[in-house]
Write a protein that binds this ligand. Sequence first.
Ligand code: GRF
Length: 192
Amino acid sequence: MPIRVAVLVSGTGSLLQALLDAHGDGRLEAEVVVVGADNPSAQGLERAAAAGVPTFVHPFSKGGDRAAWDAELTRLVAEHDVELVVLAGFMKLVGPVFLARFGGRTINTHPALLPSFPGMHGPRDALEHGVKITGTTVFEVDAGVDTGRILAQEAVRVLPDDTVDSLHERIKVAERALLVHTVNELARQGDS
Ligand code: GRF
C-alpha cells in the first residue's frame, strides 16, 4: 500500500510535479492525496488540479494570528489522514500545533548542503561565499529554520559562470530526484 502524502507549496511546484510524475510512472511508493498552498496563485495548485489531486489554499496575512493559522493548517492537512507531509517550496514556517501532530513525519528540501547556507537564499549565499560544491538537503522539519535532522544530501558542482538562477536550476534537478528517492525510503521504512 502506498503511503498517503500531503504536499505544501508556495510557488512553481516543480518538486511537487516530480512526485506526481514519479507516481504516474509507478516510481513512487506514495500517493499525493492533497496539496495545500499559502498562496492562491501558486502554480503548484494548477499542477495538483491537473493530476486530479484535491487542493486547499490557506493564506497567512501579515499581522495575522500565527497560532490560529497554524492550528487551521494542521486541521486542513489532518483531514486527509496522511502519513507524511512534504514541504515543497513552502515558504512559511509551520508552528507548534502542526509539529505536535506531524513532527517526525514532515520533511522539507533545501537548495544547499545544510548546515551550510540555511534560510531563504541558499544558492545566492553559496555563490557569494565562493564554494565550489553545494547541493541539496532533505531534512526532517523541526521548530528551527532548516535545522532538522538531515535525511539525504546530494552534491552539485558550482560552475565558473554560474548565476544564482543557473545554479538554483541545476540544484533543483538534483533536489527533485533526491526528494523522490527519500519519500520512497520513508515509505519503505513505514512498511517494515
Ligand atoms: C526549491 O529549490 C526548494 O528547495 C526551495 O524552493 C524551491 C522550490 O521549487 N525552498 P518549486 O516551487 O518546487 O519549483
